[in-house]
Ligand binder design. Structure first.
Ligand SMILES: Cc1ncc(COP(=O)(O)O)c(C=O)c1O
Length: 388
């Protein structure tokens, strides 16, 4: 039992895939569903309060990032926001050269592949170190050698191995080379404070279900100096940037979730950081030859919410291992959520692991405030038993 939760039996360690909605957020969503069903585009007394809920939410979210509320566009989530930004930049800002990495989320990598086909865009991939860390010198070189204006697209927190990008550093490199900078911040919004008036980033994205908000809603931050047009055409919602009746309850739920996350960020950071530290220590002392993928085992170089563990167990036993954990009520992931159920190995682990590592079972455990030390002890004890 922990102070945030009244559940004691289930061990949910897949918070990078999605998080439990906070009770306060769920209550707010239900309240809006029941009491604010007017269409925000309607000008009568039912529509106006819905519109105003959306605009208050937009203002609150913009305030957390220290940007103007007109720079926040609500979307259906992180994937749509990444698509909106990357596709519109290629089409409307005529950017022909994108610099990214091979370990981005598929919302970015697959979109960039489409830009190659649709706009003949050139995609360069920045070098990575042995743990998947970005080679910042190589990024500068790629930018210096480009004859075209570039867009750099690098994620803040990697959803599989937890590596963190130095946003400030990349922002400075991009400014020096007059490049646009997009960062997929799906795994960091709500987990870290960000001040975009200090760190110049042209585009970021967020997804509410990663910070204890509802699924199916997110936003794109688009700097006002970036003239882009919509991906989805229709009505004039979102000032024409994104047509379609707004999901009022989800938008309100998202801003409530972000408000609470930011308000409690120091307390919750400390709580989860200690859990991760405990998890690493317990694994190291209980299992010989345990390894951590990427920088996830280095608590200073990775996010406090994620640990990607390489067990001394042959890969062929991965499915059975995860199945047994699942039977024990322990939920974790073998790769990113989007790949579970498919045979494709993780494109991120394929980039960062050597053959020996690829032949071992790797499991991502991702934490939230709803986890406890007791749960971690239980997981480690069960894993030790399974490894025999
Ligand atoms: C880094 C990253 N980007 C984008 C996404 C996609 O977000 P959504 O589920 O809101 O479409 C995810 C979800 O796992 C993610 O982790």
């Amino acid at each position: 039992m922990n102070k945030f939760s009244n559940t004691s039996y289930q061990c949910y360690f897949d918070n990078a895939a999605t998080t439990r909605v906070r009770d306060e957020v769920a209550e707010k969503i239900v309240d809006v569903l029941k009491n604010n069903y007017g269409n925000p585009s309607s000008t009568h007394s039912y529509g106006r309060p819905s519109k105003s809920l959306i605009e208050v939410s937009r203002k609150e979210i913009a305030a957390h990032l220290n940007v103007s509320s007109s720079e926040i566009i609500f979307t259906s989530g992180g994937t749509e926001a990444d698509n909106l930004i990357l596709r519109s930049v290629a089409r409307d800002m005529k950017i022909k050269h994108f610099i990214s990495s091979k370990i981005e989320h598929h919302a970015v990598t697959h979109t960039l592949e489409e830009l190659e086909k649709d706009y003949n865009a050139k995609i360069s991939y920045v070098k990575l170190d042995n743990n998947g860390g970005i080679d910042y010198d190589n990024l500068s070189e790629l930018l210096s050698n480009s004859k075209d204006r570039c867009m750099v697209s690098l994620m803040h927190v990697n959803n599989e191995i937890g590596n963190m990008l130095d946003l400030e550093k990349v922002s400075k490199i991009c400014s020096k080379h007059n490049a646009l900078f997009h960062s997929d911040t799906v795994q960091s919004v709500g987990h870290y404070k960000m001040d975009l008036s200090k760190t110049k980033i042209d585009f970021i994205v967020a997804s509410a279900h990663k910070f204890h908000g509802p699924k199916g809603v997110g936003f794109a931050y688009i700097n006002k100096n970036c003239p882009i047009r919509p991906l989805i055409f229709g009505g004039m919602q979102e000032r024409g940037y994104r047509a379609g009746t707004e999901s009022v309850h989800n938008i309100v739920g998202m801003s409530e979730a972000l408000n609470i996350s930011i308000e409690k960020i120091d307390e919750e950071y400390k709580y989860i950081y200690n859990l991760k530290e405990h998890f690493i220590n317990r694994l190291k002392t209980s299992i010989k030859n345990i390894k951590f993928n990427g920088y996830s085992g280095d608590i200073k170089k990775s996010t406090y919410t994620l640990l990607n563990v390489q067990f001394p167990l042959e890969k062929a036993k991965a499915e059975m291992f995860l199945f047994k954990l699942d039977l024990l009520g322990i939920a974790c992931s073998k790769g990113s959520a989007c790949q579970s159920g498919s045979d494709a190995g993780s494109h991120v682990l394929n980039e960062v692991l050597d053959n020996d590592g690829l032949n071992k079972v790797s499991v991502r455990f991702s934490l939230s405030i709803y986890n406890t030390k007791e749960e971690i002890d239980r997981v480690v004890d069960e894993v030790v038993k399974l490894l025999g």
